[in-house]
Design a protein around this ligand. Structure first.
Ligand code: AKG
Ligand code: FE2
Length: 370
């Protein structure tokens, strides 16, 4: 009897711990089966404070982590001292401890979108997997109807738009701007990580506050958007107007207004990367009200891209975005739900690894006007 009482006394805390350890491993995929609001974790319109914690950035963490209360931040010759915000904290366990892999004294290696130049290994794997890439091309052909340039009013897909040279230029620019601490992996409050790395240009997007700011969480300004990239964006919008005109749209600049971006969110998805259905709605009411478009560049491995009127993936339409494709959504489609359920491994054109050492995965740049 006494033994039974002791056993029952311990049971709730044991169950609690099991559930907690499961939930701390939640990611987009595992939340899908558990949570009817599966996309909440990437739904920028829900309260991300429940899901995100402050961004943790690359190299800086190494030195910062040794000084938990005050951080000495050194970057490109500058030094500043800053109180450390809470970051990389996992939910406390019942015994009041944080799980070991989530303590704020963790060190996080810098993330680079380009691999170091032992090019042959990367190249070899691309060659070996050529047949797989062929299969992917067939899937893409079956999903992407070439006539479907206008996906819906205000939403245009420009297939194979970015030239090879520009794709290389974009990769190299992002790698250079990312440096040692530009790309970071946002982490949920429960310790689960967003399935991608991210870097902001122009303004910093804070997933925890769901807002844009001029200063990053590590105390530095985000790099500005290079003029050359801005030019590519306005050219793409003009190209979308030309396509729409060809297809009989009378006032294409009303369907997709012109836009000069002041924000670029750069994302890198590894082959297991994904992003749930969400709306881009943290820009100003004026920008959204005018329907100023989001312009999205895809480089590297192909991605399945869902879009629709709500966050139900079953009801969404799908296209495959290949390296060089551009999607523009503005006007009536400005608040379209969209997401990336999967990346197609080994589907990137070989020249990206050969000429720019792009690591396996997909680079995406979304340009917006605040
Ligand atoms: O990777 C993509 O194609 C989508 C990215 C996106 O939706 C975003 O950055 O808000
Ligand atoms: Fe988005």
């Amino acid at each position: 009897m006494i033994l039974l009482i002791i056993l029952f006394k311990d049971m709730p805390s044991q169950i609690g711990r099991q559930q907690e350890s499961r939930s701390s491993q939640w990611d987009v995929e595992s939340s899908r089966s558990k949570n009817p609001h599966e996309m909440k974790i990437v739904d920028y319109s829900s309260d991300p404070r429940q899901h995100f914690q402050n961004a943790s950035r690359g190299k800086g963490m190494t030195s910062r982590a040794k000084i938990p209360d005050r951080w000495v931040i050194q970057q490109k010759g500058r030094t500043s001292v800053k109180m450390s915000p809470k970051r990389k904290m996992s939910p406390k366990r019942e015994d009041g401890q944080h799980s070991p892999e989530h303590t704020d004294t963790n060190t996080i290696p810098p993330f680079h979108i380009c691999v170091k130049q032992h090019g042959t290994a990367v190249l070899k794997s691309y060659l070996l997997l050529e047949s797989k890439a062929q299969k992917c091309r067939e899937i893409e052909r079956s999903i992407n109807d070439p006539r479907k340039t206008i996906l819906r009013p205000g939403m245009v897909l420009l297939k194979n738009y970015i030239s090879h040279a520009d794709q290389i230029k974009i990769i190299k620019t992002c790698e250079q701007l990312g440096g040692e601490d530009g790309f970071y992996q946002p982490v949920y409050n429960n310790g689960a990580k967003l399935r991608l790395h991210m870097m902001c240009l122009g303004k910093d997007w804070d997933p925890e506050q769901r807002s844009y700011g001029d200063i990053r969480s590590d105390g530095f300004k985000p790099p500005i958007i290079p003029a050359e990239l801005k030019e590519m964006v306005s050219d793409a919008i003009l190209a979308s107007h030309a396509k729409m005109r060809d297809l009989g749209v009378k006032n294409p600049h009303e369907a997709v207004p012109c836009m000069e971006p002041d924000i670029c969110i750069v994302k890198f998805y590894s082959n297991s990367g994904k992003l749930g259905l969400h709306q881009d709605r943290d820009e100003s009411a004026e920008s959204i009200g005018k329907g100023l478009p989001v312009v999205s560049f895809s480089i590297g491995n192909s991605a399945e891209f869902l879009y629709g009127d709500n966050r139900d993936p079953e009801q969404a339409k799908k296209v495959v975005l290949k390296s060089g494709d551009v999607v523009i959504y503005g006007g009536k489609s400005r608040l379209i739900f969209h997401g990336v359920p999967s990346i197609i491994p080994d589907s990137a054109p070989k020249f990206l690894a050969e000429e720019a050492n792009l690591r396996p995965g997909r680079l995406n740049l979304t340009f917006r006007k605040f």
